[in-house]
Design a protein around this ligand. Structure first.
Ligand code: NAD
Ligand code: DAU
Length: 378
């Protein structure tokens, strides 16, 4: 049994699907269902009896202890987090609560559970912390990519909260011997990503005929990795990562935001041409920069390649096109995911006059109804 936290989110749901597809083992999926958690992401595994969904908070120690006692997991993969940088700038509180306090609670509970296991099960147990390249901070254009030994220098409240969590994870290994591994990954993209992040946001707004907002001069650089490649890497680290080690996961695929948005517009021009024949690129609008906006992230992912044989499978060209097609084909998901919270957020972030895809709010209600049904069945 593997315990995944945050498995109703973008990467977590992809990971749950990946684990159920590739391992003959049940998965307990614990998720608080914040605005970013969406049970519709799990539709393809909902009927799989190896998938057990638990609605809960990683900061709820009693609930987590009950989950450990009942399901006796051999591993915890911690993906539960507040994940959006812009939200962390406006409301850092929930980031500290979930990413720091929540991870601490999960560690504390995992440690108590692990300490009582027989030796052989202790040796096999893993606590895998899914972290980010943002903990290394911003790189100059000429700097080498960050390696696992680069110092932490987080700049946003989000990055700082993830860095704090990583340090707590490390301390539980050094102090108590808990077998932990940490992965630091670059920017993910792919299906089911909440449309507050750059790629799905740009697709939405392009299709809706709205401005596509690019922060600052658009020269900020990110290293983009297809989400399924990230999940494959997590599975490799779970299987073969050495306790106490960290592994960078990246695609060596650095792209400036403006170049990325133009690429997206080009794909949309081919896949869903505008009625007036003009390019979606006309909708690109430079807007006020994000405070403290990190200029460049780049990762040296050599270690996971050398030690565990992982390299990404998906090229950026094919991955981006697949992603655009998925959003075009799954407009129903897009509608359902557009909750009231998202609408409020968009209005605050991009101005009250900003038009955006209107949700009917039924996605959330359907999700909760589905949740009750699922819990009743298990
Ligand atoms: P997401 O926002 O799409 O999903 C987060 C999930 O966590 C949601 O389902 C949410 O309901 C759940 N959650 C939030 N608070 C919780 C709590 N207190 N208890 C239980 N569940 C809770 O995020 P994502 O993009 O899928 O990211 C997943 C993880 O990967 C995060 O830890 C993030 O820091 C890390 N990461 C993300 C990226 C990226 O590009 N998205 C890159 C590197 C690392
Ligand atoms: O690097 C890994 C991180 O990538 C993860 O740890 C985070 O959870 C994830 O959200 C992501 O953070 P970013 O801030 O890099 O992602 P975002 O999609 O928000 O922004 C990508 C870049 O695009 C960034 O430079 C900011 C810019 N941007 C973003 C938005 C939402 C814009 O120019 N316009 C926008 O409207």
């Amino acid at each position: 049994m593997i315990l995944v936290t945050g498995g109703a989110g973008f990467i977590g749901s992809s990971l749950v699907r990946h684990l159920l597809r590739t391992l003959d083992e049940p998965v307990v999926n614990l998720d608080k269902l914040t605005y970013a958690g969406n049970l519709q992401n799990l539709a393809s595994v909902w009927a799989d009896r190896r998938h057990v969904f638990v609605h809960g908070d990683i900061a709820d120690g009693a609930l987590i202890a009950g989950v450990f006692a009942e399901h006796q997991p051999r591993a915890v993969l911690n993906l539960a987090a507040e994940s959006h940088v812009d939200r962390s700038i406006r409301d850092p509180d929930s980031f500290v609560q979930t990413n720091v306090v929540g991870t601490f609670r999960l560690l504390e509970t995992a440690h108590a559970y692990w300490a009582a296991l027989p030796r052989e099960r202790q040796d096999r147990f893993r606590f895998l912390q899914v972290s980010t390249d943002e903990v290394y901070g911003s790189l100059d254009s000429a700097a080498p990519p960050a390696s696992e030994s680069s110092p932490y220098a987080p700049n946003s409240p989000y990055a700082a909260s993830k860095a704090a969590a990583d340090h707590l994870v490390r301390s539980f290994h050094r102090t108590y011997g808990l077998p932990v591994v940490t992965t630091n990954c670059s920017n993910n993209y792919g299906p089911y990503q909440f449309p507050e992040k750059l790629i799905p946001l740009a697709i939405h707004r392009a299709l809706a005929g709205e401005a596509i907002p690019v922060y600052g001069d658009g020269g900020n650089v990110r290293d983009w990795l297809y989400v399924d490649d990230h999940c494959e890497a997590i599975a490799r680290v779970l299987a073969g990562g050495r306790p106490g080690e960290t592994y960078n996961i990246g695609a060596t695929n650095e792209v400036a935001n403006i170049a990325l948005v133009k690429l997206l517009c080009g794909i949309l021009d081919e896949e869903r041409p505008r009625r007036d024949g003009a390019s979606y690129a006309q909708q690109i609008t430079f807007v006020t920069d994000r405070p403290g906006h990190d200029r460049r992230y780049a990762l040296d992912a050599g270690k996971i390649g050398r030690e565990l044989g992982w390299t990404p499978r998906e090229s950026f060209a094919t991955g981006l096109r697949k992603t655009v097609r998925w959003y075009l084909d799954d407009q129903d998901w897009v509608k359902n995911v557009t909750t009231g919270a998202y609408r409020d957020w968009i209005a605050r972030q991009y101005g009250a006059s900003a038009d955006h895809p209107q949700g009917d709010h039924s996605g959330r209600r359907n999700g909760n109804a589905a949740l009750s049904a699922h819990q009743g069945r298990i």
